[in-house]
Design a protein around this ligand. Structure first.
Ligand code: 6PG
Length: 255
């Protein structure tokens, strides 16, 4: 059941603005650690779906370093929202970034790291294999939290504007072999049917380059928001938006 307000419209997004990426990452790390510890005490596990891109790097580093002693790593399971169709040691791999910033510096057991196999060809086979992985973990159970970035064009994960992957209504993963030119690689991505069944979604956005798209995503009508892939994310809890001041569309309005 997606959150709606009294007249059935999607609930307005919860927005938190921080002076910089460091304080944004610190606050989100604290929120995640609290959620992880509570869920593990209640249910014995927590499944976190990681975002790629550059914005979450500092958050991942904080979780592995500053919060290493308080995270119940043996009960934390990691998944990915999308992956580039490259080997796991490729400089553009979302897994490679998480390995460097979060996984290698932490004691998380390798059995808890459920990598999206971007290297498998064709990409459709990689998507099919990851769907199997998701079905093993989430048939009848919802993932706890998905971290998402947003592109200046409003994409999230590898759900790009105008792409037919946005209309996928049953599968949980899809290959995107024709991404926009600046996306560089073919991708594997979670689809909206899967993303919108995750219990909580959190967007991270930093930098002035995101201000314009965030004005549409946070200030537009529900109908305007839905024209952008990131605006199609509606989870039982969230989406919560963690922005730095430069990305805040309201910055400068007061002055
Ligand atoms: C990817 C991401 C993508 C990313 C946004 C924002 O694989 O690139 O999943 O959706 O989150 O493009 O990227 P930045 O954090 O680098 O701005």
């Amino acid at each position: 059941m997606n959150p709606t307000d009294d007249n059935g419209s999607p609930r307005n997004p919860q927005v938190r603005v921080f002076s910089d990426l460091q304080t944004l990452s610190q606050s989100l790390a604290e929120s995640l650690v609290e959620s992880i510890r509570t869920a593990v005490e209640d249910r014995g596990r927590y499944s976190l779906i990681l975002s790629g891109g550059s914005t979450p790097r500092m958050l991942y580093q904080l979780l592995a370093d500053e919060y290493q002693e308080v995270i119940p790593w043996s009960d934390l399971h990691l998944f990915w929202g999308d992956e580039r169709c490259v080997p796991p040691d490729h400089s553009d791999s979302n897994y490679a970034m998480a390995l460097r910033m979060l996984i290698a510096p932490s004691p998380i057991p390798s059995r808890n790291v459920h990598r999206m196999p971007g290297e498998i060809q064709p990409p459709e086979e990689a998507a099919r294999k990851y769907e199997q992985t998701l079905r093993e973990h989430f048939d009848g159970v919802n993932a706890d939290c998905i971290l998402l970035g947003v592109g200046a064009d409003g994409h999230t994960a590898s759900l790009f504007p105008g792409h037919d992957v946005l209309e996928e209504s049953t599968r949980w993963t899809r290959a995107v072999t024709d991404p926009p030119p600046d996306a560089e690689h073919a991708r594997i991505t979670l689809t909206l049917p899967f993303i919108n069944r995750v219990l909580r979604s959190v967007f991270l956005a930093a930098g002035r380059g995101k201000r314009r798209v965030l004005r549409a995503l946070l200030g537009g009508s529900p109908a305007q928001r839905r024209t952008l892939p990131a605006g199609r994310v509606q989870t039982p809890e969230g989406p919560d938006w963690y922005l730095d001041r430069d990305a805040n569309p309201r910055e400068g309005e007061q002055s």
